[in-house]
Design a protein around this ligand. Structure first.
Ligand code: AHR
Length: 514
């Protein structure tokens, strides 16, 4: 058996001839050489879009909805459970029309603006820089600012960095006048967003030069050290990464990549909750394609940066469906089903395999927009199936990655993409190994034989996320249909160096091994 599994190291994600439809092998390969899964891979994204900020995170101190200095408490407490490591703000496309000076000083005097990208909603700028940094302090996360390059000036961006991080000087004086004496720490700075599209429609050659110029004036004040991120490619635009790495690679710490699980950019994107079995597998196939896309961007980066100094940051990812019928056009409000949970687990499992290069990812978005963690309606909140995946996966944050080869039956989606029945990922931290397993099959359980290769498993405990139907979701005023439950100890057995575990159809399981 051991020989067979080693052979599989060369051919991950394949079926073994003769293997039963509901059997799989997983081969754990713990190694001291493996990279750490940066906690920032579990990053979040909050844009001034729909009710993500206003209503979702922020209701203002005078609201009837219980809040702490304006931040709604139900959402805050739910997010604390996720150990959010980093939060990207204020966009997205919004960032390249955002003028930060409109969001400081007395709220009643702040200018209003039209949010051109997202439904033409009027933005009153009542949530600004101070509110964002206070939120990050409450959540205990790193702030990640997305700077305006498309419609802003070099001076404006340079002054934003100075306002936030300088101890002294005119911008520091303005910050102090606005009530914040001490500078904040700012690590992650994005220089533009989707600069090939809503962020200015640049060519890669032109943007590379603009990036070099803007980043020059974003200074490190008083011991603050910026991690500068160039606006990267979307999906399959490998030329963008090539040109950026070639022309500006040495001036950046990171480059971004956006990949959405979406049917297409024009026409219907399909319903988030009314879908059939074929749509289920299409969605997982499209999601899993991110592995190939990331690999190809990484190969280009390796050419220019073989020592892997520059990080690849997938700073927007997740499902993008038609917005819920009856919701405000342009607000991207969508429900979240067990299928979204699958996309979250499969994406995170994939990102782990690139831990040597992928240093951050940010699911879009944290509340009420696209594949969110929470949905709110007035004073009500629901935790989405995606929320529960992030909760279940907290132990992987900053843990040492353990490569896991998988051999299992593989289905095809309607586009001919592979959808392996099993996906597995593992990591170790503080003497505990966390093994996450996914059964993508809608109808059949799968029994997985895990070669532990020395990973201790004297004590095993587990949690499971599944639902009666693939379309199930959590709705306001209803008991949760998709929620974390203890995983029965009858479902696994350890004998010697082998763990055998049976996952029900369409389920995600995390086991903690000691
Ligand atoms: O997340 C929604 C939007 O998707 C972002 O504003 C933009 O960057 C991307 O196109």
């Amino acid at each position: 058996m051991k020989k067979l599994l080693n052979a599989l190291a060369l051919a991950a994600l394949c079926a073994i001839p003769g293997m039963a439809a509901n059997e799989a092998l997983v081969n754990l390969q713990p190694s001291k050489e493996s990279p750490v899964i940066q906690k920032e891979i579990y990053g979040q994204f909050a844009e001034h879009l729909g009710t993500c900020i206003y209503g979702g995170l922020w209701v203002g101190p005078d609201s009837d909805i219980p809040n702490q200095n304006g931040y709604r408490l139900d959402v805050l407490n739910a997010l604390k459970e996720l150990h959010v490591p980093v939060l990207r703000w204020p966009g997205g496309c919004f960032a390249d029309e955002y003028h930060w000076m409109d969001g400081i000083g007395p709220k009643s005097e702040r200018p209003r603006m039209v949010n051109n990208n997202w439904g033409g909603t009027v933005e009153d700028n009542s949530f600004g820089t101070h509110d964002f940094f206070d939120l990050c302090e409450l959540l205990g996360c790193e702030p990640y600012l997305s700077g305006n390059v498309g419609s802003g000036t070099v001076e404006e961006l340079a002054k934003w960095v100075e306002y936030i991080t300088a101890e002294d000087g005119p911008m520091a004086a303005l910050r102090k006048k606005n009530g914040r004496e001490k500078p904040w720490k700012l690590k992650y700075l994005g220089v533009g967003n989707e600069s090939w599209g809503c962020g200015g429609n640049f060519t890669p050659e032109f943007y590379a030069d603009v990036y070099r110029r803007y980043q020059t004036y974003c200074r490190n004040f008083n011991g603050n050290h910026l991690y500068k991120i160039a606006s990267g490619a979307s999906d399959y635009d490998y030329n963008w990464t090539e040109v950026l790495m070639k022309n500006a690679g040495r001036h950046m710490d990171g480059i971004s990549l956006h990949y959405y699980t979406v049917l297409g950019w024009s026409g219907s994107k399909g319903s988030a909750i009314n879908f059939n079995e074929e749509d289920w597998y299409w969605c997982l196939g499209k999601c899993l394609e991110v592995g190939d896309v990331v690999r190809r961007h990484c190969e280009i980066m390796d050419k220019y940066d073989p020592k892997k100094r520059v990080g690849l940051l997938v700073d927007e990812w997740g499902t993008w469906f038609d917005q819920e019928p009856g919701s405000i056009p342009g607000h991207l409000y969508q429900q979240n089903s067990l299928r979204d949970a699958m996309v979250a687990a499969l994406s995170l499992n994939t990102f782990h395999t690139f831990s040597d290069r992928v240093k951050m990812t940010n699911i879009a978005q944290i509340a009420n927009v696209l594949q969110s963690m929470v949905l709110t309606k007035g004073n009500q909140m629901v935790l989405t199936p995606t929320y529960y995946v992030f909760k279940m996966y907290v132990p992987h944050q900053d843990a040492q990655y353990i490569p896991a080869q998988v051999a299992c039956p593989v289905k095809k989606d309607r586009n001919g993409r592979d959808v392996p029945v099993v996906s597995a990922t593992a990591s170790a931290k503080n003497g505990t190994t966390t093994l996450s397993l996914v059964n993508t099959d809608l109808n059949e359980p799968v029994t997985i034989s895990v070669a532990l290769n020395g990973v201790p498993a004297k004590k095993v405990a587990g949690e499971i996320l599944t639902a009666a139907s693939m379309n199930d979701y959590n709705d306001f005023g209803q008991p949760e249909k998709v929620t974390l439950k203890p995983f029965s100890s009858k479902s696994w057995k350890v004998s010697g160096d082998r763990l055998t575990v049976t996952l029900p159809a369409k389920s995600i399981v995390t086991l903690s091994l000691k």
